[in-house]
Design a protein around this ligand. Structure first.
Ligand code: ZN
Length: 336
């Protein structure tokens, strides 16, 4: 090896952190901010810089909207990817719901161990074979990073009322103005899909066409399901998705299942109702940051189950989600 090569190698080694991941400046700054918040809530360091983040788009105030991947997505453009069982987990859509954000990190630590090549648990490895999990632990950073976190984003819009559902134009603003009397916490915006936090979720779902989605909120203490129903319109897939719902509740000490009505512009409506993607909303019992260890231990089994449980029939090919909105997340550009 030539001296020049040795020097390059040494520079490379020293430019990587201890886990071998060199993060762009925007992610580094974000991770520092995140750790300050984690400290404020009495949580251990987030280990944010140790994960591989993908990021194309920023929040209104310029923080990265990002996700990390577990499992092999190198064949995402090939037919073989259709055979993989893909789960998307999202937390922190409402920034004042504190517990879900740490919950997603607890899930990430669990998955990092489960997917590690050093994991010698052959049963676990077998269970996670062909399973892909995408985790976005903080969908709405602007509202979480405020001194007093809010539900709405930096422009005052509720990211769970701004999805481009077919009833949005007719109903979203009408319901907000008449039924909710312009309640600031539920402002759907002036038009659908106008907010970066919503465009981010829409594009992630379109790009990876998941088999199921879990969105974690608090504090309503329920599991809510939107998606194909058995036997009305979902056939066997609807049955499987509902079986999983019941199993998740059983694994979490009989956690309350409640079928909430869906709202114009909500994720459950857009992904579950309109696109038939089984969508599970887990509402943790409180937003009390001291309870996180308790919540993770209560739902660890259910989260494991939702990832390894196949809800779509093997012989039914996944149909791609229609792509009416051009986006960078949908392209194969290198993320920043
Ligand atoms: Zn919420």
């Amino acid at each position: 090896m030539k001296l020049g090569h040795v020097l390059i190698l040494i520079c490379l080694i020293f430019s990587l952190n201890s886990f071998g991941i060199e993060q762009p400046a925007i992610i580094k700054a974000y991770c520092e901010k995140l750790d300050k918040s984690f400290k404020k809530y009495g949580w251990e360091k987030s280990q944010c810089e140790d994960f591989n983040w993908l990021h194309y788009r920023n929040s209104v105030l310029g923080d990265p909207l990002m996700w990390t991947t577990f499992g092999d997505v190198s064949d995402e453009d090939l037919p073989s990817f259709k055979d993989k069982d893909v789960t998307i987990v999202m937390c922190g859509v409402h920034g004042d719901e504190i517990t879900p954000i740490k919950f997603c990190f607890d899930l990430m630590y669990y998955l990092r161990d489960a997917y590690s090549p050093e994991n010698k648990d052959s049963k676990l490895r077998e269970e996670f074979k062909n399973k892909v999990v995408l985790v976005s632990p903080l969908v709405n950073p602007d509202s979480f990073f405020k001194k007093r976190p809010t539900r709405v984003n930096a422009r005052g819009i509720d990211p769970n009322r701004n999805f481009p559902t077919s009833d949005w134009m007719l109903e979203a603003r009408k319901i907000w103005l008449q039924k909710f009397k312009k309640e600031p916490r539920r402002n759907p915006g002036l038009k659908p899909n106008s907010e970066p936090e919503v465009i981010f979720q829409v594009n992630l779902i379109k790009r990876f066409n998941p088999d199921k989605i879990v969105s974690v909120h608090s504090p309503l203490t329920v599991l809510d399901y939107d998606g194909p129903m058995h036997p009305v319109n979902g056939g066997a897939d609807g049955g499987k998705a509902q079986e999983l719902l019941i199993q998740m509740s059983k694994d979490a000490d009989g956690y309350n299942i409640k079928d909430y009505p869906f709202f114009p512009g909500s994720l459950g409506n857009w992904a579950g109702q309109e696109r038939n993607i089984p969508t599970y909303t887990l509402e943790l019992p409180s937003s009390d940051a001291r309870k996180n260890a308790e919540y993770w231990s209560l739902f660890k089994g259910a989260m494991h189950k939702v990832i390894v449980h196949n809800v779509r029939q093997q012989d039914v090919a996944k149909s791609p989600v229609p792509d009416e909105i051009p986006s960078v997340e949908n392209s194969r550009l290198k993320p920043n």
